[in-house]
Write a protein of this length. Structure first.
Lengths: 226, 236, 226, 236
């Protein structure tokens, strides 16, 4: 059976490949949490969780959970050597102050301008619940989004303009979907890499906004053009 | 001489009046002062405004306080909960108000309230529906919104160790909102797993200096909310 | 020899008598520091110093000084049991946030409206140096001033309007001088107590603003008038 | 893997360019990174803006840096010193600029700079000459002035113990401005009495989490400024 597209794990692996050694990283709940499984050999990431821990480690072995050592998703975690605890004011100093290098988030919609909508459908009976998402997108240096390209019913999550309420405006740098890696550029969605067995036309068809082909000029040619 | 110890949780919350604004520490169940909240349910004060990141779990602690109809308004970042229907039902029925504040802005507003900063600018919520009605300002080329400091009449706090003067240390991620809430309330009431001798806490390690603490009550073996919920406990 | 007026120590003692048990107290440099010697029996004050110590104790015995344990005047101090260290941001949270009960400061001038001028003469060649004084007067609940009533050349420090640059406007509650204790009221300087051997007329003569006599109505009479 | 250790103080400050803005920790001599400052004197960067509560003592440390003519502008609360004539002479000669900021506002501006708060309101300086030129605002019946966050290109920091990842703890009142300055600089350079194993510092006791620290250099026996001054030492 030939592979077509990326699995959730493979999407997370692609994200991990793009995070430099020594980065301070905050991972959203869900698929983003899988990034920890794919840290490339020779690199070290330090994980931050909003509820007051820098140097978060993986889930403890069953039976070793401590109800007072949890992550922002309220699941039991561990602390790595060199970790530190701090209060919520200090934790968001790290976020809002631009000290976290990379945040990886899931999404409901993302626009060609990098607008993110991942906290509310805006439905009249929805109870608004934003958590730390607006702080993260406003403060973290680089926002990566990891998400299925379309909803379960086939509707594109990549859109010209978000119809859902925004989490942040022009905040996302790059999107990792099951079909492709796409940069957000001044000119809009720009394909960076296709998943195995996926064609440019297929991604275009499933993207509800213009998708630009990758820039293929080799770096040396670019330099010469300067 | 200074001795802030109180014998019982009941006595420690006895004077909280109807209409009080109360900060409640904790993030999820970690650092949640469940015994103090239960004492407040027993005490019966009504028409409260409560500030907490969430709206409680199951039918114990903060969720039980809300369920008892004692809370007029919640100020929080994330009122959803996987184990609680209390808040959503009251909210949909129009029986409780909600002020939704992003988690970092909530923390900073509390910190500002405690630090005598009446208002500050932040980029959080710019360009989103939560910026609606907020004063906007361009500073050095970036857009910000104005946010106001938050203070409270009381704070209900949980910590790991305390001394009779009111110095506090916490346990792991149970620290969360507790230290900043201590600074922002007129009366700070603390439940602690252990009361130690004054001088037993290293001055370098104290997280909440005693100036922020008014009452300390020992709760040696606090309940764990998730265990109560697993057992289906409803308070009271 | 009959006593006339209060000594520096006696001024400090008068201040100490007016500070309630359990108060958090910040003492300015100079005469205010003497307050620690006169804490009334049965009372405990906790001393704060701006540079990050709550629970400051007296100067160490000679030879025991630690250059990393100093007060805001940069003199060696000690830490009492129950003391805590914190950074400057947190230290001024205590001050600006209204958590310190009493601050005792020296002064150059003080006006009948409670304006304090204690940081600069405003001379053209003066190098401005304000330290934490403006933060203290803006943030501490009760500001007591302790000072000689006049300068060495006999000029009143108590004035109608300060001619020196202000440290804070309408911030002082009470003044303790070598001649008298004077409250700042909405109506101006109001005598509270005369030092031994000092007459009301003498204090009036040395005060460069109207001085009102003490309110002599007993509390019971006051109650009846309500 | 993450290892922020640098072998020498000279290497740790080698890249500081002319015109840089530098936060220098310490209050008086306590917590003053004297060896880092001396390395900066040796390095020779000029036209610096320096943020420190004071202007140095005697003719060593910050006073020596100022005396060497490397500082264009000082931002501080208290430029007077009983043992130093360096700053007053340059100031009166018009050779150095001074921005005077109340101590608490200085601390809060640094804290705000590190916390992504571009500006905040405070009551400090209201009604005084230092409020001149500041935007005023009435909030809930009280007057405030607007103050802006401060950031720097570099911070020079002294601490007691550090690990290779850059976690820090301090000693007594030598903590002072150091932790907040760590948060507000693009590059934070730390001299520490001791470098310990990663994991040797208790996660509950770490004052500066490693996210704020870029370079750590061990200075096992730092000079004590008051002792140098007593001996009449002039640097270099």
């Amino acid at each position: 059976m030939s592979m077509k597209g990326w699995s959730r794990e493979q999407m997370a692996e692609q994200v991990a490949l793009d995070i430099p050694d020594g980065s301070y990283v905050n991972l959203g709940i869900g698929i983003p949490e899988l990034v920890t499984k794919f840290v490339p050999e020779g690199r070290e990431f330090i994980y931050h969780t909003e509820n007051g821990l820098l140097g978060m480690g993986p889930a403890p072995t069953p039976g070793q959970e401590d109800p007072e050592l949890i992550n922002a998703g309220k699941k039991a975690v561990t602390a790595e050597p060199g970790a530190s605890y701090f209060h919520h004011g200090d934790s968001f100093t790290m976020i809002r102050g631009g000290h976290i290098d990379v945040c990886v988030l899931g999404t409901m919609q993302i626009s060609q301008h990098g607008d993110l909508a991942n906290w509310s459908t805006g439905a009249p009976d929805a109870i608004p619940a934003v958590g730390g998402a607006m702080d993260l997108v406003a403060g973290v240096k680089t926002i990566f989004v990891i998400s299925q390209h379309t909803t379960k019913t086939g509707i594109s999550k990549l859109v010209s303009t978000c119809s859902y309420p925004l989490t942040g405006k022009a905040v996302v740098s790059r999107i990792y979907t099951d079909l492709a890696i796409i940069d957000i550029k001044a000119e809009g969605f720009r394909l960076r890499e296709l998943a195995p067995g996926i064609s440019f036309d297929e991604v275009c068809a499933k993207t509800d906004a213009p998708l630009l082909p990758p820039l293929l000029l080799p770096p040396i040619a670019n330099e010469k053009r300067e | 001489m200074i001795d802030k110890r109180i014998k019982t949780v009941a006595a420690s919350v006895a004077d909280i009046p109807n209409g009080a604004t109360i900060m409640v520490g904790g993030f999820g169940e970690a650092g949640s002062p469940t015994e103090l909240i239960h004492a407040l349910i027993d005490q019966g004060a009504k028409d409260l405004t409560v500030i907490n990141n969430n709206t409680g779990n199951g039918e114990v602690g903060l969720a039980a306080l809300i369920g008892a109809g004692q809370v007029r308004k919640m100020i929080c970042s994330y009122p959803r909960s996987s184990h609680s229907k209390v808040f959503p039902e009251l909210y949909r029925a129009g029986k409780i108000e909600l002020e939704i504040v992003p988690q970092g802005t909530l923390a900073e507003r509390i910190r500002a309230g405690g630090a005598g900063i009446p208002a500050f600018y932040t980029a959080t919520t710019v360009g989103t529906p939560l910026a609606k009605g907020k004063e906007a300002r361009l500073i050095k080329g970036r857009d910000y919104v104005l946010e106001y400091g938050l203070t409270a009449d009381y704070a209900l706090i949980k910590c790991e160790k305390a001394d009779a003067k009111g110095n506090l240390i916490y346990n792991k991620t149970a620290r969360n909102f507790n230290p900043i809430m201590c600074t922002a309330a007129t009366v700070t009431i603390v439940q602690t797993r252990e009361i130690v001798e004054v001088g037993a806490l290293d001055p370098e390690h104290i997280v909440t200096p005693n100036i922020y603490v008014d009452r300390v009550v020992e709760v040696a073996q606090p309940v764990i909310e998730s265990q109560l919920i697993a057992k289906g406990v409803q308070y009271p």
